[in-house]
Design a protein around this ligand. Structure first.
Ligand SMILES: Cc1cc2nc3c(=O)[nH]c(=O)nc-3n(C[C@H](O)[C@H](O)[C@H](O)COP(=O)(O)O)c2cc1C
Length: 368
């Protein structure tokens, strides 16, 4: 049965999209691993980690902040200053040496950041509008309650668009093959998109067009630096991250795809369902319609197993399948899936922080 499935699947076959030659249709989903330096630099350790996973057709980096206060925790990397370019260049060189492709995920956590992470160590996290976030954020001083937000003024929104453009330019200098805008999980762009977190009354709030304006302006700015074929957008239209979502997601995300098509954006990274939790949350709509609507290749993600990935290709519901957690403990996930070998489950404590341990020390099948 398995043999027969493998014989038919094109999951492991090379494929070309937007002029990039992928080794297969498997992607590394963006995974924050919290092993950057205190000042947000990647380097040799990340170079080892990503190059270990370079048998995937496409790698997408962990969320990388466009300004210091865009980080959602300590030891997360950034591209907010030129000094962060060389460390990422080590990463892209190591991945390219293994014939891999890697996109940088550009990010701002919005209200899900903390003043201690901001440039001056005391500025409140920013958001499109007031929102009192329950719960705690992990900071260098331990867990702390989320803080009251600073509602962004229009000049600050323009400034943030500029920060995305500057980070996109640094990603290019660092040798990335493209960028992904993180527009999911209630972080800043997603907080603008979703009606639960955006109560603005100016041209950045209210109607769907207005809520999508921040993303549109960021895309337009990034297009000054990158060809649209090298830009990807990550959307989780049904995501419930941090207890928020959009109450009528279908028209909103249909509009977002229209904008992406109009601007000639190359790639869609589509999280099906509530990330890491379920593929069918409420309010539900069939997000695969967005793949039909989108002009470029679509990456599918969330809770995929080997069989589901093979089935997705059989039914052609998406072009590429991204795996997140399975890649943590299995650097050679592609080879293991191909061989239908057992997967190693990484312990949860390895996910965030801990240096090389639980990061670059998981053996390949051969080494094991
Ligand atoms: C440890 C960890 C870190 C993550 N970090 C990010 C991130 O930086 N950016 C992002 O878009 N998603 C992030 N995610 C979500 C994953 O990319 C992915 O969508 C999710 O794990 C579901 O895919 P999976 O079932 O294959 O793991 C993270 C998930 C985990 C478990």
């Amino acid at each position: 049965m398995r043999e027969a499935k493998l014989a038919h699947t094109d999951l492991f076959d090379p494929v070309e999209f937007n002029g990039l030659k992928l080794k297969n249709r498997i992607a590394l989903s963006p995974l924050t691993r919290a092993r950057a330096t205190q000042d947000g630099k990647a380097g040799e350790l990340q170079a080892v980690y990503y190059s270990q996973r370079a048998s995937a057709g496409l790698l997408i980096t962990e969320a990388t902040a466009v300004v210091p206060g865009g980080r959602g925790g300590p030891f997360l990397p950034g591209l907010w200053e030129d000094a962060q370019i060389p460390g990422w260049k080590e990463v892209t060189d190591a991945v390219h040496a293994k014939n891999g492709l890697i996109f940088s995920q550009l990010w701002h956590a919005g209200r899900l950041s903390h003043s201690s992470l901001s440039a001056d160590g005391k500025s409140a996290p920013v958001a499109p509008s007031e929102y009192s976030q329950p719960g705690e954020i992990f900071t260098e001083a331990g867990p702390q309650p989320y803080e009251p937000v600073h509602v962004m003024t229009k000049p600050e929104i323009k400034g943030m668009v500029g920060a995305y453009e500057a980070a996109a330019a640094r990603a290019k200098k660092a040798g990335f093959d493209g960028i992904e805008l993180h527009a999911a999980h209630s972080y800043l762009i997603s907080a603008f998109l979703n009606d639960m977190t955006n109560k603005r009354e100016d041209e950045y709030g209210g109607s769907i067009e207005n809520r999508a304006r921040f993303l549109k302006e960021i895309l337009e700015a990034c297009l000054k630096v990158w060809d649209g074929k090298r830009i990807m957008v990550r959307l989780a239209p049904l995501g419930h991250a941090y207890g928020t979502w959009d109450t009528d997601p279908e028209p909103l995300f249909t509009h977002v795809i229209d904008v992406m098509n109009e601007l000639g954006i190359g790639w869609l990274d589509l999280v099906e369902g509530d990330t890491g939790v379920t593929r069918k949350p409420e309010p539900y709509f069939d997000v695969l319609k967005l793949r039909e609507q989108f002009n470029g290749p679509t990456i599918l993600n969330n809770l995929y197993t080997r069989d589901m990935a093979i089935e997705a290709r059989e039914k052609n519901t998406g072009d590429i399948i991204a795996f997140g957690r399975p890649f943590i403990g299995n650097p050679d996930l592609v080879e293991r899936l191909k061989a239908d070998a057992e997967l190693h489950e990484a312990p949860l404590k390895a996910y965030y922080g801990g240096g090389a341990r639980g990061y670059t020390d998981f053996p390949t099948m051969e080494e094991a």
